[in-house]
Design a protein around this ligand. Structure first.
Ligand SMILES: Cc1cc2nc3c(=O)[nH]c(=O)nc-3n(C[C@H](O)[C@H](O)[C@H](O)COP(=O)(O)O)c2cc1C
Length: 171
């Protein structure tokens, strides 16, 4: 698939089938995340693939939504706050940027693999950190529920985007 097609077709999926996601697809998605660029190539990220019934329900305690519970697998993306590059001039920490790039690779790879996902950041961080026993040097930045799309229910909402001339200028 062309990159533009993947970008164009991807949307936030909030309706999943209970069907299990093949391990080969999860591996493909992780390989795409692994290839993301990062400041000084420090790769300050870590990914938890959550499949077990017990941990899935704990993840759902941190983001308690009916649609979210239906996903058969979750990938929790963490930044590594120790490894991340810090800009010498002002201390800017590149961890969020680096982890977000890897996260968007995940998002696009999921679509390319014939699955659906949705960025989720509105979760309870202390609850997620505790239930997954995430160490102090890592901080979850996003959760991706992943599954086959329930095409009978899933609606592509209107893609509302600001026009190019409002968000850019050529100088
Ligand atoms: C950083 C980020 C955080 C988001 N957090 C949530 C969330 O917690 N829950 C949710 O339902 N959608 C979440 N979304 C999805 C956005 O609502 C969605 O991407 C946006 O409305 C555009 O729709 P589209 O993804 O279908 O193009 C998030 C998206 C991003 C990029």
């Amino acid at each position: 698939m062309d990159l533009k097609d993947i970008i164009n077709e991807r949307y936030s999926v909030r309706d999943y089938l209970p069907q299990k996601v093949e391990e080969s697809k999860i591996k493909y998605i992780l390989e795409c995340a692994q290839l993301a660029p990062s400041a000084c190539n420090l790769q300050p990220w870590y990914f938890y693939v959550i499949e077990s019934e017990e941990l899935r329900s704990k993840v759902c305690e941190a983001y308690n939504r009916e649609w979210f519970k239906k996903a058969p697998v979750y990938i929790v993306v963490c930044k590594d706050t120790v490894q991340s590059w810090k800009r010498a001039s002002d201390g800017m920490d590149s961890g969020d940027i680096d982890a977000a790039i890897a996260a968007q690779h995940i998002c696009l790879a999921v679509h390319d693999a014939g699955l659906g996902t949705c960025w989720v950041c509105n979760f309870d961080l202390p609850s997620l950190t505790k239930s997954l026993d995430i160490p102090q040097n890592r901080e979850a930045i996003a959760i991706f529920p992943i599954g086959y799309v329930d095409k009978e229910k899933s609606k592509i909402l209107e893609r509302k985007r600001k026009p190019i001339n409002e968000i850019s200028e050529w100088r």
